[in-house]
Design a protein around this ligand. Structure first.
Ligand code: HEM
Length: 359
């Protein structure tokens, strides 16, 4: 099917969603047996099953789940509250991939767009609904994650986002804060969104070591990344120093320059440190910031709240710990006014963090 024809079909489907939005408010039982707040959401349960079986290897918190979350950010952030940029959370990165994947900041995104495209074509959803549902479902596969919201009813994207909307790890803190502010996000929301780097790895910062994680617990949505970015660096995980990375505390781990600088800058250091070992704070703030990100540029009044189709993530209670051999004396604390949490240290020798499989 051509993209124009697909768009026409999707626009019709969207009309049905929008009239359902006005008409239905009480909970319904779908033919599949699922219960949801709105009959329009019944169409999504088979898509959730399809995502889990065809994309996420049977509901795993693996490479595809991580990349689906990254894709939702790179799609949505192509937007400005002042106008003149892209359509926001509209799925343009998926269908205008020939344009958007050429942007330097979208390095490594090609694997997930290639993986998602055939599943998207089977789903019957618009590109925007598909990209942002996939992110919510993939994230839910990670223990400790909040259950993200999902709003249903994005129209098809009109055009690719322009280049230079996605922050780069080589950007200064000022440049990062300015770009996010242009998209409508304040510093606490930026730090909250960076909770995502707890289930993240780099493929292209250093191409010699694909799948190099940002923390030692890359399969768990915990606050470990906020701790490990604060630990003194000792070595580079791969082929020496690459643009966008700084010395890492653990072997096999990558510390992004942007994460490190945000953890040290007076505008964000206390926000960063406050996340360490505060699972509830991280979950609450990440969920709220993602809810905003995933409808950027969209007319929310014309959408249906289908959050109850998103699977309930397994819990992670914590507490987190210092990696083996590390302790408080290794912390590069940049927010002295906030007491640093008391944490135990994992027993044993200093670990080497393995790469994420399938990267
Ligand atoms: C200052 C802003 C940000 C910068 C500079 C940044 C930078 C990066 C870089 C360089 C990578 C590794 C790419 C590679 O080498 O493959 C990455 C991975 C990732 N990022 Fe970000 N990021 C930012 C914000 C975000 C946000 C807001 C989200 C989501 C809400 C996000 C989610 C992810 C995820 C999940 C991955 C891992 C993907 C995978 O493992 O396949 N990032 N990020």
């Amino acid at each position: 099917m051509t993209f124009a024809r697909l768009s026409a079909v999707l626009t019709l489907a969207l009309g049905a969603v929008q009239s359902a939005n006005a008409a239905i408010t009480k909970s319904v039982r779908c033919a599949s047996g699922h219960v949801t707040a709105n009959a329009a959401c019944c169409a999504l349960f088979p898509v959730v099953d399809l995502l889990q079986s065809s994309l996420f290897d049977g509901a795993e918190c693996g490479e595809e789940a991580h990349s689906a979350l990254r894709l939702s950010f790179h799609d949505a952030i192509g937007f400005s509250i002042h106008g003149g940029k892209g359509g926001g959370a509209d799925g343009s990165i998926l269908v205008f991939n020939a344009t958007e994947l050429k942007f330097h900041a979208n390095g490594g995104i090609d694997d997930i767009t290639a993986g998602q495209f055939p599943v998207f074509q089977q789903s019957g959803l618009t590109p925007g609904d598909f990209v942002h549902l996939a992110a919510a479902v993939g994230t839910a596969n990670c223990p400790g994650a909040p259950r993200l919201e999902f709003m249903f009813g994005r129209p098809p994207p009109k055009a690719p986002a322009p280049d230079l909307t996605v922050p780069e790890p080589t950007d200064s803190v000022t440049k990062i804060l300015e770009r996010f502010a242009d998209a409508g996000f304040a510093p606490p929301e930026i730090v909250a969104l960076l909770s995502s780097h707890t289930i993240a790895a780099a493929d292209v910062v250093d191409v010699t070591i694909p799948g190099t994680p940002f923390d030692s617990t890359v399969g768990t949505f915990d606050t470990q990344v906020f701790l490990e970015v604060l630990l003194k660096g000792k070595s580079f995980p791969g082929n020496g120093s690459q643009p966008g990375e700084v010395l890492s505390p653990l072997r096999g781990e990558m510390r992004l320059q942007s994460d490190f600088e945000l953890s040290q800058d007076p505008r964000t250091a206390c926000l960063w440190q406050a996340m360490v070992n505060d699972q509830t704070r991280m979950q609450t703030q990440f969920k709220a910031a993602m809810a905003k990100l995933q409808v950027l540029g969209q007319d929310v009044k014309r959408m249906v709240d289908c959050s109850d189709v998103v699977p309930v993530p397994a819990t992670f209670k914590g507490p987190i710990k210092f990696p083996a051999t590390f302790s408080q004396r290794d912390v590069q604390q940049a927010c002295p006014e906030l007491r640093f949490p008391t944490l135990q240290t994992v027993a044993g020798p200093a670990p080497t963090i393995p790469p994420v499989p399938g990267s």
